[in-house]
Design a protein around this ligand. Structure first.
Ligand SMILES: Nc1ncnc2c1ncn2[C@@H]1O[C@H](COP(=O)(O)OP(=O)(O)OP(=O)(O)O)[C@@H](O)[C@H]1O
Length: 323
């Protein structure tokens, strides 16, 4: 039996002036899943979910959320979609319970604020002012506010950024509890570990496009399946001739010449295919080395971001690998 996806986005595109934030994004989120939108800073994740939430009008493509078009059914979707955006700010002196009561007043049938405080571990902080909350407590309050309208879909953007590992883990448990309560979740993150731990499926976004979609295991397998082949021609061959020999070879994701050796990143039967292609172009090889790519190599390759790209290098925050 097939069910209608909660979110269906097809060929979304959005530019800010000459900056193309989202070039071509298609994805579909099924009911009840935690769907990760994973990518580096600036990859286009926030712009994508803002279009899904109806906060930005796409320049191209279509979006359907719970069967409705967010640009024309904003009011109806406001009642059904909970949104937690990056770094939500509140007036300093607003108390936790007051914030919840205020947001609850926007909805016809809000959740019980006491239940939400309980779910998010904020009951002891109900009378605390916003400015006196820790980073993790502020984040959890922003999630409570996103849930107060009893949404069918919750969009959580960079939920654990800036949190220490303990607060991060607590927040992850909350996300799982929300899903167990029947809410479909879109989780925007640049933390590989977070996506791996929480998400049923992940769309890996790079340069405004979907680089890969799959379960965390599939994405990791894809990443770990990455190979790096280093081939040195037996006699000098011009760089462009070497690279031209690889045109159309399946499995090749990146190729360059380094110190007269051809360095190829790819997956599948890339080793065999590259050697056959070189032989076909009469390039004899004197030295062939196969390296298993690091996770960093694999993600660079999967996301199509080269080492000379101005994007920040991969970092490790706590134990999480950042993409
Ligand atoms: N309001 C805006 N005006 C102009 N450019 C913008 C605007 N919002 C985003 N951009 C640019 O669009 C690109 C994608 O940004 P976006 O925020 O969607 O990416 P992201 O993957 O969510 O990154 P981050 O995690 O850093 O928020 C970036 O180059 C960003 O600088």
């Amino acid at each position: 039996m097939t069910t209608t996806p909660v979110v269906r986005a097809e060929h979304l595109r959005k530019a800010y002036g000459s900056t193309v934030a989202v070039a071509d994004v298609s994805l579909s989120v099924e009911r009840g899943e935690i769907y990760g939108v994973l990518g580096r800073n600036g990859a286009g994740k926030t712009t994508t979910v803002e279009m899904i939430a109806g906060l930005r009008r796409p320049d191209g493509g279509t979006v359907s959320v719970l069967g409705l078009d967010p640009t024309t059914h904003a009011a109806a979707l406001h009642q059904k979609v909970g949104l937690q955006l990056q770094e939500s700010a509140m007036p300093d002196r607003l108390r936790v319970r007051e914030a919840l009561d205020l947001y609850a007043s926007f909805y016809a049938d809000p959740a019980d604020p006491a239940d939400l405080l309980d779910l998010l571990g904020l009951t002891a902080k109900r009378d605390a002012a916003f400015k006196d909350l820790s980073g993790g407590q502020k984040q959890r309050l922003s999630v409570a506010l996103a849930l107060v309208g009893r949404p069918e879909l919750a969009i959580l953007d960079e939920l654990t950024t800036g949190l220490d590992p303990h607060a991060r883990r607590e927040t992850w448990a909350v996300v799982e509890a929300i899903r167990d309560a029947g809410v479909t979740i879109m989780l925007v993150t640049h933390l590989m570990e977070e996506a791996e731990r929480l998400c049923d499926r992940i769309a890996l976004i790079a340069s405004g496009r979907v680089a890969a979609v799959g379960t965390p295991a599939q994405i990791v397998a894809l990443a770990h399946g990455e190979q790096v082949l280093r081939v040195r021609p037996a006699a000098p061959v011009a760089d462009d001739v070497l690279l031209a020999a690889l045109t159309g070879v399946p499995g090749v994701r990146d190729a360059r010449v380094e110190d007269r050796a051809l360095v190829v990143h790819g997956g599948g039967a890339v080793v065999q295919d590259v050697l056959v292609a070189l032989a076909r172009h009469d390039v004899r090889t004197s030295d062939v080395r196969l390296e298993r790519a690091s996770l960093e190599d694999a993600f660079v390759s999967l996301t199509g971001v080269g080492p000379d790209d101005p994007a920040p290098a991969l970092q490790t925050a706590g134990s999480a690998t950042e993409v």
